[in-house]
Design a protein around this ligand. Sequence first.
Ligand code: MG
Length: 327
Amino acid sequence: MRMMANRSRVLRFSAAIAGAALAIAFSSVDARQGQAPSTQTPQPTAAAPAQGQRGAQSQQPAAGRNTAAAQGAVRNAEGAIIGFTALAEIPGTPWRIHDIARPHPRVMTPGATPGAAPSDAIVLFDGKDLSKWAHSKQGQLSDASWPVKDGYFETGAGSGSIVTREKFGDVQLHVEFATPSPGRGSSQDRGNSGVRFMDRYEVQVLDSYENVTYADGQAAAIYGEYPPLVNVARKPGERQTYDIVFEAPKFNGPTLLAPAYITVFWNGVLVQHRRPVMGSTSATTTQHAYTPHDPELPLTLQDHSHPVHYRNIWIRRLAGYDLPEAK
Ligand code: MG
């Protein structure tokens, strides 16, 4: 008997859920069918529905229209709902669910081929010249002297690292590289270069194809801190990609508010998943630490005396959600 009673309660509860679900379903059907709220003054951004749809609306129950009206549905010229003004608030934001006032993401054009720069990227190397790069000595910039060849450039072994003339904070970076072929040397002395954000935080470039070195110094390691999750090295001479999200550290005067974070896709594979960087990776034998610095600084490609090839390098400044729609 007790089981029967419990079951009966369960059934009643199920019926209540079903009823609620039906009400929700009705409400969403109402939204999809593009009913015009007959008792509501149209929103400034709302357009009147087409004639044929008006005819259909008169056959809808009044309760459905009231629901749509209460939700503040806003429609386009075709009568389709494109937003609302009165749904629930999204916690931690100034927006409501499906808020008609929320800015739409800016329209941009992806690169024509995989890996190509999208329309809002700054192209740092397009196969032709190193005009976006320079050598830096005591703050003095001079033209980058690394040799540019058939659509790529080569680290000018022994001529010093190069830095971008432009400074960056939070960025998405795409880099293509190839380690020297045939491979020569071993451990760190084999196809070594590096992508160093803000001239402090290095993602290692190295020939890690059948080349053993300390794990936190192999290719795609955050140098001296985190080995990559997996080793997806291609052979010497083969083109490889890094797609990196770098979040600059945040300081308030001498105080570190937030560390740098680095995410790396290596040849399309996630190998660093938003790792909190421990500090400048320049210290090779002591613990890494932060020294406060500017919010934007140049990006460095390291000269480690090995002729590593680079091509197709582009960068995007990262910005927050809900930017104004116009650039
Ligand atoms: Mg290096």
